[in-house]
Design a protein around this ligand. Structure first.
Ligand code: EPZ
Length: 419
């Protein structure tokens, strides 16, 4: 298994181009099931998760090819097996997104329940309950959802907690359900907004995009879409912004949408970091010291993203005082704390409130990745640590970051991937 070897204390200087958003490309690949011909998806990051979704589609009879380093071509004209197996779904929770479009296209589907992940169980009860509210008959058989959507109609759906995946999954069925569906407490994340825009470009009738109430007027059929370009990855961008803030330097991020990073920019400026927004560019300047402490919490968009919680935590270990960080999306998304403490952080937990000691001197050590964003936090910590750090299980980072070691090396970091 690959591991990273990093020598810390190098400032980051230069420009990087941010890749397309992982969390936009996965639902859009699932939505391609509603397309009866070829769809070209551009600005796709090279990630193992996109390859996993491609394998799931190919298992259904789809033809998928990758080209030009950032393009996926998906031909679903021959797609005829509404089935997604456990051995693939268990490796990536987002595979469950195929249920909605399969039901919309075939009126039936058999999809494995997703496995858990590094941080606790991640249920899909919101997805199941919402489908049932639209009239889908659902049985759970040997770890699979066996669903029949031959008699569905629009209805009112209220999610008890905002859910990106459940919003996207149900949207992809509701667009072809008779009547009107109103989803309240819907997700407004940019990735969901792009999914809504894609479906509307195919002839769907979704209004309220970008708000927490989506109204979907069902249509009898959708027209094929030929091409779509994925929005920039706000979490990759935020990761590089926080890395620059922590280790110091001057980094220009290209191909970003500053609107998607308003809260991250605000919090970085609140702790003394210079952030300059220009069209599709964000510049971050930091001395890597004089970082103020903070007391923030994660929230659904447009709040501070949970996918940057681990990265923010390491920044606060370097702040000139003690901080707190409340995690409101996943009560137990803290597997990174033990590994960060091995590097010299001093972080403790009270429920889902992290208490972070500032003014820490980090010393390189051997640490282990536990999930995509925890790996990113460990990389940032290693960039700030004295001496050498070895980070194992980097397959986690390869799921969510496109060529991260190349981008960091270009900025002056000392990071190499070893076998
Ligand atoms: C998406 O996951 C993202 N993944 C996650 O990013 C992100 O952390 C999360 O949204 C929150 O923003 C993709 O887009 C592929 P949720 P998702 O449904 O859809 C609870 C990354 O690192 N819930 O919005 O699975 C759930 O437990 C990944 O890129 C239920 O209880 O998240 C959580 O507490 C990690 N029942 C909350 O809702 C359900 O049926 C939000 O989860 C569904 C969710």
């Amino acid at each position: 298994m690959d591991y990273f070897e990093i020598v810390g204390k190098n400032h980051l200087e230069g420009n990087i181009v941010v890749s397309g958003a992982k969390n936009a490309v996965l639902p859009i690949m699932a939505a391609s099931i509603l397309n009866n011909s070829s769809l070209k998806i551009k600005n796709v990051p090279t990630l193992s998760d996109s390859k996993t979704m491609a394998a799931i589609l190919e298992g259904m009879g789809s033809k998928v090819s990758f080209s030009n380093n950032d393009t996926i071509n998906i031909d679903n004209s021959g797609l005829n097996i509404p089935f997604a197996s456990y051995d693939l779904v268990r490796t990536m929770r987002a595979s469950f997104y195929v249920l909605g479009p399969l039901l919309a296209r075939f009126k039936q589907a058999k999809v494995s329940l997703p496995g858990g992940c590094a941080w606790g169980p991640r249920p899909v009860d919101f997805h199941i309950n919402a489908f049932e509210q639209l009239g889908v008959k659902i049985d759970l058989e040997n770890g699979y959802v066996v669903a029949d959507a031959s008699n569905i109609k629009g209805g009112k759906i209220h999610f008890p907690k905002i859910s990106v995946g459940a919003t996207g999954n149900v949207l992809m069925l509701a667009v072809l359900a008779d009547g009107v569906t109103v989803i309240t407490n819907a997700a407004a994340e940019p990735e969901i907004q792009q999914l809504c825009q894609m479906l509307n470009n195919m002839g769907a009738d979704i209004s309220g995009i970008g708000t927490n109430t989506l109204t979907i007027k069902g249509v009898s059929s959708l027209k094929n879409l030929e091409e779509i370009s994925i929005i920039p990855d706000r979490i990759e961008a935020g990761t590089f912004m926080i890395a620059t803030a922590a280790v110091g330097g001057k980094v220009v991020l290209e191909n970003v949408n500053p609107l998607h990073l308003k809260e991250v920019t605000k919090q970085l400026m609140n702790v003394g970091i210079t952030v300059i927004e220009k069209n599709n560019i964000i510049e971050v300047h930091s001395e890597g010291d004089n970082i103020k402490f903070s007391n923030i919490e994660t929230n659904e968009y447009p709040g501070f993203p949970t996918d940057l919680q681990a990265q923010w935590m390491i920044l606060m270990c370097l702040a000139n005082g003690d901080s707190t960080l409340k995690e409101n999306i996943y009560f137990d998304r803290f597997t990174h704390i033990l590994e960060l403490n091995r590097l010299g952080c001093k972080i403790s937990l009270e429920g889902s409130l992290a208490k972070i000691k500032g003014n820490r001197n980090l010393i390189g050590a051997n640490v282990m990745s536990t999930d995509i964003r925890a790996s990113a936090a460990l990389i940032i910590a290693a960039l700030c640590a004295e001496g050498k750090t070895s980070i194992s299980r980097v397959y986690h980072i390869d799921r969510g970051y496109d060529k991260i070691e190349e981008k960091l090396t270009k900025l002056g970091a000392q990071i190499i991937r070893k076998k």
